[in-house]
Structures are given as structure tokens and as C-alpha cells.
Design a protein around this ligand. Structure first.
Ligand SMILES: [Zn+2]
Ligand SMILES: [Zn+2]
Length: 240
């Protein structure tokens, strides 16, 4: 499969998930799939987060167990639509594999059908099962590798940090060395560029939050101090 096909696979699965969520809301009451329930405009249906809020608040369906995986899928769909990210087979399979348990459970519990019933063609069904089992094995392997890294010699983990991967949304993105420019996810193999906090010099993946001006969350409160220092520098330079 080509990179373009991986993108289409993600777009289709992400859209399918949204349609399934909306279908459950529609069954509760048709008006729930529209933005304004008091005055439904049929050209404006709700977005993903509103669907989740309504399913939890109105239909009493807990999505806590699946929400991170669903958001990961939704975010990647957004990236594909707006920034033309490239996806590898491993990344696409991780995103899909991670969400298969949700699809199976939600269809069965909430829409009284099964995924297998809906996928008419046997080959596609087998392929999906394959993706699910490959994902289960990959996560086990990534978990072992992560444990090994965390238990390695102290000097080997001086700079080691394992943070959330911006693509699969799981905590497997490894920052090994202070000099590295990139970090790789143990699970989906996504490579993320790194940015350095200008104050504490810790590295962060570009998917993590860095305050405007390049400060990490811990250092953000010192932003003010930095502005004053910059101001003093400019003042000194002007008076020299
Ligand atoms: Zn990942
Ligand atoms: Zn910092």
C-alpha cells in the first residue's frame, strides 16, 4: 500500500467513527446531531467533541476508555486534511488497530450490529483482525522496550525522557540524548522533531506544548523575567 492509501484509510476510518457516534445520537433524538438543538440548521451538524459530550451527558455512554484513541484518530484526520502529513504503514496501522476495540464494542452495545456483519467482504475482515493482532503484539513489544530503557544503567538514562507521541497519543516517544534533533516512537515509529526550551534546555517534541517564545510549561512563569532581561540588554546596548 502506498502512503496515499494510508491517508485514505485513516480518513475513512475517522469519518466512519464520527458517523457511528452521530447515528447513536440520531437514534436518541434526530435533533441531537445538529449544532443548535433549539433551532436546527440542517446544513450544520455537530463536531466530534460535541458528539462525545452529548453521548456522555444525554445518552449516558461512557467513552473514557476509548477517548484518547478516538482523539488521536480525529487529530490525524485533521492533520491530513490541513497540513498534508505523510503517514507510514506502521503509523496508520497503529491508529486503526488502537481503535478497533472501540468499533466492535460500540457497534454491538449501542447500535445492535457487529463490525463483522457490516464488513461484507471476508478478505477485509481478515485484514482488520490481522491489524488488531499486529497492534496488540506491537504494544507489548514497545512496553517491554520502554521498561528496559527505564531500568537501564543510570548514566545511560541521564537525558532519557519518554513522553506522549503526538501521532498515536501513547506514551512511547523516546528522547534519548540532549544532542538529538529527533525522537522516535517505540510503538508507531513516528519521528518527531524536537524543540528546546530556551530557559531549562530540556527537549520537547513539537507535538508537546511550548509557550510562545519557546518556554516549557515549567518555565512559562519565568517569561516575565525574560522580558525584563531582554529589555535590560537592549537598554545596556543603547547606552554603551
Ligand atoms: Zn506513536
Ligand atoms: Zn523549561
Amino acid at each position: 500500500m502506498s502512503a496515499t492509501n494510508y491517508k485514505f484509510a485513516i480518513l475513512h476510518v475517522a469519518q466512519g467513527v464520527e458517523l457511528i457516534l452521530k447515528e447513536r445520537l440520531r437514534q436518541e433524538h434526530w435533533v441531537l446531531i445538529y449544532d443548535k438543538v433549539e433551532k436546527p440548521d440542517k446544513s450544520r451538524t455537530i463536531d466530534f467533541e460535541t458528539a462525545v459530550t452529548r453521548l456522555q451527558g444525554i445518552c449516558n455512554i461512557s467513552l473514557t476508555k476509548y477517548i484518547d484513541g478516538l482523539r488521536g484518530l480525529r487529530n490525524t484526520r485533521h492533520e491530513i486534511e490541513h497540513y498534508r502529513v505523510s503517514l507510514s504503514g506502521q503509523e496508520a496501522a497503529t491508529l486503526i488497530g488502537r481503535n478497533i476495540p472501540f468499533l466492535m464494542k460500540f457497534l454491538e452495545d449501542e447500535l445492535k450490529t457487529t463490525l463483522q456483519e457490516r464488513i461484507k467482504d471476508e478478505e477485509t475482515w481478515q485484514e482488520l483482525l490481522e491489524i488488531e493482532s499486529v497492534f496488540a503484539k506491537a504494544i507489548e513489544k514497545a512496553h517491554e522496550e520502554k521498561a528496559r530503557m527505564c531500568n537501564s544503567r543510570e548514566e545511560d538514562q541521564e537525558y532519557l525522557r519518554i513522553v506522549e507521541c503526538p501521532l498515536c497519543g501513547l506514551d512511547y516517544l523516546v528522547i534519548k540524548d540532549k544532542r538529538d534533533q529527533e525522537a522516535e516512537c517505540l510503538l508507531c515509529k513516528h519521528v518527531s522533531e524536537l524543540e528546546e526550551c530556551i530557559r531549562c534546555h530540556k527537549l520537547f517534541s513539537t507535538g508537546e506544548w511550548l509557550e510562545e517564545g519557546g518556554l516549557c510549561a515549567d518555565c512559562a512563569p519565568y517569561g516575565e523575567e525574560r522580558h525584563i532581561n531582554q529589555y535590560l540588554e537592549i537598554l545596556n546596548a543603547a547606552t554603551e
